[in-house]
Write a protein that binds this ligand. Structure first.
Ligand SMILES: Nc1ncnc2c1ncn2[C@@H]1O[C@H](COP(=O)(O)OP(=O)(O)OP(=O)(O)O)[C@@H](O)[C@H]1O
Length: 290
């Protein structure tokens, strides 16, 4: 379990990014962390991995406080950052030097990922493209089998076939003891993978909060995604955008009608109507605390 309780954080004095942020994440799920530029997604992943410390409130990951950087916590947590440095060594050497830090690291799994991504063990990291380096780091992260795997914009830089490989490999690497959190703007890349969805939105004066945390099932039970030819009052519409032949809408799902979640429209709805969304999902959101 990852538990953030009343967490406040800001990089500069007097300019908090979050204040009193609550968020609980459970094992066995791949959470999608979405939010506008600068919302604090990377910051949240750094707080969860112990690279940053909250100014107030508490963060617990299992039995540990990430900021204490206890060895048992560090060997069970892996962060694939958006920007990274890879040393000028062969993939094999990189694995040899870093795998010992992760007791559950599985070398045959890593070998498989390297092959799947079209790479070979003896390639030098400094001779790889950004996307290829990223594949090595993603493969390494998956092969660590840490209880917590955090990935910041993992599909940035991956080509089209690699994005579906990524989805397949991540889906295959999750089990009931693992929590995977993926922060992304590449909603289309990950639509079929992430569930539940966590969306950050502005609470007040540039302070961000978790405006929605819900499973795909809960979202489609409460919201209806579809097309209408006219915007009329037959449905309580939360968001609409012009589309060919009418409007693509997100409405309250008062009749329990099934529909397919559209993450991009959900994201826009949450940013446009954070309070209404919060009321609809009041048991799962902290926005109501404003
Ligand atoms: N090292 C830093 N020093 C000062 N401010 C920072 C630092 N890192 C991030 N920030 C600020 O904190 C805020 C949140 O940044 P963060 O990178 O967490 O957002 P993000 O949601 O990941 O953004 P993006 O979607 O653009 O990657 C931004 O306003 C950013 O300018």
């Amino acid at each position: 379990m990852i538990e953030l309780t009343k967490v406040s954080f800001g990089y500069q004095r007097g300019r908090p990014l979050y204040e009193g942020l609550d968020l609980t994440l459970s094992e066995g799920s791949i959470y999608g962390l979405l939010g506008p530029n600068g919302a604090g997604k990377s910051t949240l992943l750094r707080l969860m991995s112990g690279l940053l410390y909250p100014k107030a409130g508490a963060i617990r990951v299992g039995n540990y406080v990430p900021g204490d950087r206890h060895p048992a916590f560090l060997e069970d947590t892996f962060l694939v950052p958006e920007e990274f440095y890879m040393p000028p060594v062969r993939i094999r050497q990189f694995v040899d030097s870093n795998a010992p830090f992760y007791p559950r690291f599985d070398r045959s799994q890593m070998k498989h990922y390297v092959q799947e991504f079209g790479l070979t063990d003896d390639q030098k990291l400094n001779e790889l493209s950004y996307g290829q380096k990223k594949k090595v780091l993603i493969g390494f992260g998956l092969a660590t089998n840490t209880a917590v795997l955090l990935m910041d914009e993992p599909t940035n830089g991956l080509d089209i076939p690699s994005k579906s490989q990524f989805r397949r490999l991540v889906a295959g690497a999750v089990d009931e003891r693992r929590i995977v959190v993926i922060s992304t703007h590449q909603i289309r890349d990950l639509e079929a993978l992430i569930d539940p969805v966590v969306i950050l939105a502005e609470r007040s004066r540039s302070r961000m909060t978790v405006a929605l945390k819900a499973s795909v099932e809960e979202i489609t039970a409460k919201l209806w995604f579809g097309m209408v030819s006219e915007l009329d009052s037959s449905r309580p519409i939360l968001y609409s955008e012009r589309a060919v032949g009418g409007y693509a809408i997100v409405a309250e799902n008062q009749s329990g009608e099934p529909s397919r979640l559209d993450l991009e429209r959900l994201f826009n709805t949450v940013q446009a109507e954070p309070q209404r969304i919060s009321q609809l999902f009041s048991s799962t959101s902290t926005y109501a605390a404003v």
